[in-house]
Design a protein around this ligand. Sequence first.
Ligand code: IMP
Length: 184
Amino acid sequence: MTWDDDDLLRKHPQLERILIRSDEIHKRVRQLGNEISRDYADNVPVLVSILKGSYVFLADLTRCLTIPHEVDFMAISSYHGGTQSTGVVKIEKDLKTNITGRDVLIVEDIVDTGLTISYLLDLLGTRSPRSLRVCTLLDKTHARTKDVAVAYGGFEIPSEFVIGYGLDYDEKFRNLPFIGVMRG
Ligand code: IMP
């Protein structure tokens, strides 16, 4: 059984509103899947999902790809609990795949200050991939402190703390099918 976005919002009084509805997300993920399938038509890219936040996005995105591809996972912590970035990036789990000479597409849930993704780009770049690009569902462009090139971006959003579709607040709300804003 699936729940309606508005029913779910009513069940979570900590949430203020829905920012991006589930049907809008699915439509945009399909578009991104088409673009990536077209751009990598002659390659077998490795999609590197950054845990935990990107697991829902990755699962939907890969099912919209029409080209052969591989997936691998990295776990990184840059947020510890609350809503404040610490700027500290720690690798909790590294890739199994040898990405030397491969076309790598990092799949992120959200790029905020850009610190996490720029750290990852530097790190994976030292492993000599053939290409290295970023796909993020959400992009807080106004919160950037580090410049990063986003090749595939789902939605530009304001600098508000959001949850749902894989994103958490203190490990909760990842299962919500929409992107929502917490009450202040
Ligand atoms: P950055 O290093 O500031 O770009 O932050 C990237 C990471 O911070 C993301 O992968 C998320 O884990 C987390 N993050 C940033 N903004 C939010 C948010 O609004 N909700 C939930 N997590 C967030």
